[in-house]
Design a protein around this ligand. Structure first.
Ligand SMILES: NC(=O)c1ccc[n+]([C@@H]2O[C@H](COP(=O)([O-])OP(=O)(O)OC[C@H]3O[C@@H](n4cnc5c(N)ncnc54)[C@H](OP(=O)(O)O)[C@@H]3O)[C@@H](O)[C@H]2O)c1
Length: 278
């Protein structure tokens, strides 16, 4: 694990407005870190790669004392290092966002990729929450954001482990919220729909219907998510047609949900008006 020094000359002093964002080197996590910094939080950026660059860009954009921690959250040691750093800084706001996708027929996807997804999307969130929640409860205040997905609402042929991991997170976050009622600690679930981030390229999904579809900006997702966390709301669905997708998922029987949702992950032609079709 590499630690990145804070901007302030007097060291990493604890701040009542300290916030930690996992997976903050790009995409939604980076936008969440920037949004929090702009609202006055001292942000700790956690990711496996690209931490230096993210810290540099965030400091430049926001002029705030952003710090960084390089940690591979698929490993228990990475989660433990993250929790230890959070304790040092008395972090009270946690955005559990780091996640990856594995796309393709389950018959052909490499097992190590599927298990790495489970380790990051599921295991690391349970592990980190287990380590930090007692401190938040003891302090009588805290905010936890769990970045799930619209994909949590329906099974997803060709993207099954991912959708299942996000369904796990949604259920876990709601359960934890229920258990922590009255402690001063709130848990907010975020359900983004398609958002313009490196996610689709990383999962080799650019030629699928969802990969080619118009997407929301990470900045907009971050604004909505940080509004929800500050209000202590239970859940927020962000992005284009996000609320409609949640409503459709409620209405459809399970087989129809799987068929409908699977279409998004199947190969698809680009929309006629999109730049990629030219
Ligand atoms: N984009 C969408 O349409 C969408 C929709 C719904 C939900 N989401 C969710 O939003 C979250 C963020 O995704 P994104 O779209 O912003 O994609 P992204 O830009 O690819 O961000 C993923 C983040 O996770 C980090 N990460 C990956 N492996 C890691 C590891 N082993 N240890 C620590 N950090 C690791 C990455 O950092 P490094 O690779 O630099 O380590 C990166 O910062 C994910 O949980 C995703 O499931 C995305």
């Amino acid at each position: 694990m590499t630690e990145h020094a804070p901007l302030r000359a007097d060291g990493p002093a604890a701040s009542p407005r300290a916030a930690l964002v996992t997976g903050a080197s790009s995409g939604i996590g980076f936008a969440m870190a920037r949004e929090l910094a702009q609202r006055g939080y001292d942000v700790l950026v956690v990711a496996d790669r690209g931490v230096d660059e993210a810290v540099h860009r965030l400091r430049e954009h926001t002029g705030t004392p952003v710090t960084g921690l390089q940690a591979d959250l698929t490993l228990p040691a990475g989660v433990e290092a993250t929790a230890a750093r959070a304790r040092d800084l008395e972090v009270r706001t946690f955005v559990l966002n780091a996640g990856v996708g594995v796309h393709g027929p389950f018959l052909h996807t490499p097992l190590q990729d599927e298990l790495r997804l489970v380790d990051l999307n599921v295991r690391s969130v349970v592990h980190l929450a287990h380590l930090v929640v007692p401190d938040l409860v003891a302090a009588g205040s805290g905010r936890i954001v769990v970045v799930s997905s619209i994909a949590a609402t329906m099974p997803a042929p060709l993207f099954g482990t991912y959708a299942a991991s996000k369904a796990f997170l949604r259920s876990f976050a709601w359960s934890l919220r229920g258990e922590l009622a009255g402690t001063g600690v709130s848990v907010t679930t975020v359900l983004p729909s398609g958002t313009r981030t490196p996610f689709f390229r990383a999962a080799e999904m650019e030629r699928t219907h969802i990969g080619r579809a118009p997407k929301a900006s990470p900045a907009m997702v971050a604004r909505r998510a940080v509004d929800a966390l500050q209000d202590g709301r239970a859940e927020v669905a962000t992005g284009l047609q996000a609320k409609a997708l949640v409503a459709i998922a409620r209405l459809l029987p399970q087989p129809a949900r799987a068929a409908f949702h699977g279409w998004f992950y199947a190969p698809g032609a680009p929309p006629p008006s999109s730049p990629s079709s030219r």
